[in-house]
Design a protein around this ligand. Structure first.
Ligand code: SF4
Ligand code: SF4
Length: 236
């Protein structure tokens, strides 16, 4: 479903600047952002994926992966088309870079579905949940009201303001720190490292439970120097 998006600036020439994530796409009429789900409609920014789910599945929490947050429990998991990265190694590329058919599920229905499946919450995963901001925010409010947990599996690529707004409703997050070199982020993920590092610090200083994933790709990000720097970053 299309919906007016949050976090954008309007320009006099009818273009808009999306301020949701550090890609900060500058979009002319009908132009779609890098994530494939936010676009300029008559000088306003719209999202085209509100409530549009590519899948709904009940997974072990360890599959997210989260190993220290309600271990052994199952969680209803869902995701949308689109991503603000384009990682060479994306295992979900058919939904992150291409589009598949979706079903509309309102935030209210999502909560009902979680309760129906006896799930202790909902995990937003599979692609990048932050670009699904409006839907996740609305759903998170209702999930919290129902006493359920909200989980995100994210690349951590979001701007500080929206992160601060949504973080207080997120119980747990796994952030994929894909490497420790900006060059790696540029070449392999088509993004930037520093905003992810800044966001990891913000989340670490919040009450949200955080775990970090680092996928090793032979010859790309697995040198002793890379691993040493990454471990030192997480220790500090
Ligand atoms: S959320 Fe999408 S449209 Fe907005 S800046 Fe990021 S990639 Fe661009
Ligand atoms: S951030 Fe995740 S979903 Fe997005 S392209 Fe990279 S691996 Fe795929």
């Amino acid at each position: 479903m299309d919906r007016l998006a949050e976090y954008f600036e309007k320009n006099e020439d009818g273009s808009v600047l999306c301020c949701l994530c550090p890609a900060e796409c500058h979009l002319k009429q009908d132009q779609v952002g890098i994530c494939g789900c936010r676009y300029n409609k008559n000088g306003d920014l719209y999202t085209n994926n509100y409530g549009e789910l590519v899948t709904l599945a009940v997974d072990p929490i360890e599959k997210k992966p989260l190993y220290h947050f309600h271990p052994t429990k199952n969680i209803l998991s869902t995701g949308a088309n689109g991503c603000n990265f384009a990682c060479d190694n994306c295992q979900n590329w058919t939904i992150s870079q291409e589009k598949v058919r979706t079903i509309f599920v309102s935030p209210e229905k999502l909560v009902e579905t979680a309760i129906h499946h006896d799930s202790f919450g909902v995990a937003f995963t599979y692609t990048e949940p932050m670009i699904w901001f409006e839907y996740i925010y609305d759903s998170a409010l209702l999930l919290k009201e129902a006493g359920l947990k909200v989980v995100l599996v994210s690349n951590g690529y979001i701007n500080p303001k929206p992160l601060q707004k949504i973080l207080k409703y997120i119980d747990a997050i796994n952030v994929d720190l894909k490497g420790i070199k900006d060059e790696f982020y540029k070449k392999v993920c088509k993004g930037k490292l520093q905003p992810v590092l800044d966001n990891l610090k913000t989340i670490h200083n919040s009450t949200t439970h955080m775990e970090i994933t680092n996928l090793l790709i032979p010859g790309k990000n697995d040198s002793d120097e890379d691993i040493g720097k990454l471990v030192n970053f997480t220790r500090n």
